[in-house]
Design a protein around this ligand. Structure first.
Ligand code: IMP
Length: 497
């Protein structure tokens, strides 16, 4: 006979935290959001921790190298999507590992043969007013000159004018040589009153720019998540089909951690993949998922997973529950897996971090998820809204939006995330192609979200995530009390929220 769960499957929206005593030390500046990512023994320190409890989803529309850099600089981590060729995923990992604060790879480049019209269009498209002029218009060939808005006047110059006629040519540029430190580069910028300093290699190929405005960049990012060689930390998604080829390449490129990307991780394919990786690459860290119950958790832990990702069907673009009728309310799933994790810790002395993946709608959902036992949170929609995500920003009516599509949508589906066995193809979609409201810069938004989390933690009398998990008091809410929780029985003025 089928097993019937008595408990209702519940979501974060159905819970609130009851404040605990706020001690005088419970102030936001005392709150630490450090959290473990990989398993560790009691009394030992995990070999990988986050400085803020957020990771970005393993999705084409979310986690490329650009977002990974922005997020690691704020203390979190991205898992670069695996639904792409091994070579291009490796390139993205390398770009993150090569990133040096203050040294910016040029992403607006033209050749001397382009025209002023091309310059204007590029400026509009990229928002950059400094354009590198290179031999073939790619970012890393011979630097021929640069164009800034001081080099032309739209009102006077013909749009057909060739770049070579008005660029500042290489012979007149002050440049730095590859290997220069940021403080040396900044000295040159200040001494010569430059806005930017191109850095070239011994063959005059462009390597980076150092901009005046970025000179104290690293000071603005005290939470930066760095490896032992002071490079940004980055993760990579993998699948259960080509891991034998993909994993060694990702490790070689410097990926700090891997995570099997699957909508349903309680599978023999996933077990095989994790066991294989642990055997062939014992140093590699690998997370498994997604699961929604204690059985799935135990299965992946036994296979050797360093963390377990929880969530089926709760993602904003996800239609798995409608299509297949599988899944579980995210809050219920987290609470059950966290209980299993705590029991496992008591029995073995090994702590397995769990990641709550998908379904975060309001900022406070993240802190509820952690109070329920999650160690860190994976989000797609949240990050897709920012400048740094790879998706296109478009105007919809009078508002700007960004594209956001599921890994199980037809748009991404040429790379399936589903364990179906060799050669099996899905004939239906598990995700939608959508828009999300454009929200600006990642760092600005993250600051607001984190300050809310810290404030909630202080109300709950906790200054660490571990303390929150141990002491939080959580209550179910009725649907009428949800209405009471919003503004009600007043006439709202415009521009509220
Ligand atoms: P969100 O933060 O609510 O947008 O959820 C993001 C999560 O949804 C991802 O981390 C994945 O676990 C999941 N996801 C991504 N693409 C799909 C899809 O096409 N179908 C179902 N779930 C998806």
């Amino acid at each position: 006979m089928a097993y019937y769960y008595n408990d209702v499957s519940r979501t974060f929206n159905e819970y609130l935290l009851i404040p605990n005593l706020t001690r005088k030390d419970c102030i936001p500046s005392n709150v630490s959001l450090k959290t473990p990512v990989v398993k560790f023994k009691k009394g030992e320190k995990p070999s990988l921790e986050l400085n803020i409890p957020f990771v970005s989803a393993i999705m084409q529309s979310v986690s490329d190298d650009n977002l990974a850099i922005a997020l690691a600089r704020c203390g979190g981590m991205s898992f670069i999507y695996s639904s792409q060729a091994i070579g291009s995923q490796v390139e993205m990992i390398k770009k993150v590992k090569r990133f040096k604060a203050g040294f910016v790879a040029s992403d607006a480049n033209l050749t001397p043969e382009h025209t002023l019209k091309d310059v204007v269009e590029m400026k509009e498209r990229t928002g950059h007013s400094t354009i590198a002029i290179t031999e073939d218009g790619s970012p890393s060939t011979r630097l021929m000159g640069i164009v800034t808005s001081r080099d032309y006047r739209i009102s006077r110059d013909s749009l057909d004018k060739k770049v070579k006629e008005f660029m500042t040519p290489f012979s007149k540029l002050i440049v730095g040589n590859e290997g220069i430190t940021l403080s040396e580069a900044n000295n040159i910028v200040w001494e010569h009153k430059l806005n930017c300093l191109p850095i070239i290699d011994k063959d005059q190929n462009l390597v980076y720019f150092v901009f005046r405005k970025d000179y104290d960049d690293h000071k603005k990012n005290p939470n930066e998540l760095l490896d032992s060689e002071k490079r940004l930390v980055v993760g990579a998604g993998i699948n259960t089909r080509d891991y034998k080829e993909r994993v060694p390449e990702l490790i070689k490129a410097g990926a700090d951690i891997l995570c099997v990307d699957s909508s349903d991780g309680y599978s023999e394919w996933q077990r095989e993949a994790i066991e294989y990786i642990k055997q062939e690459h014992p140093e590699a860290k690998v997370g498994g998922g997604n699961v929604v119950d204690k059985e799935g958790f135990a299965y992946l832990v036994e296979a050797g997973a360093d963390f377990v990702k929880v969530g089926i069907g709760g993602g904003s673009i996800c239609i798995t529950r409608e299509q297949k009728g599988i899944g579980r309310g995210q809050a219920t799933a987290i609470m059950e897996v966290a209980k299993a994790r705590d029991e496992y810790y008591e029995q073995t002395g090994i702590y397995i971090p769990i990641c709550s993946d998908g379904g975060i709608v309001h900022d406070y959902h993240t802190v509820v998820a952690m109070a329920m036992g999650a160690d860190f949170i994976m989000m797609g929609r949240y990050f897709a809204r920012f400048d740094e995500s790879p998706a296109k920003k478009v105007k919809l009516g009078s508002n700007y939006v960004k594209e956001y599509w599921g890994e199980g949508s037809n748009r991404a589906r040429n790379w399936q995330r589903y364990d179906l066995g060799e050669g099996t193809k899905l004939s239906f979609e598990e995700g939608v192609d959508s828009y999300v409201p454009y929200a600006g810069k990642l760092q600005d938004n993250l600051e607001v979200t984190l300050s809310k989390i810290k404030s909630t933690m202080c109300s709950c009398g906790s200054i660490t995530i571990e303390e929150l998990q141990r002491t939080a008091r959580i209550s179910l809410v009725s649907s009428t009390s949800i209405i009471e929780g919003g503004a009600h029985d007043v006439i709202l003025k415009e521009n509220n929220y």
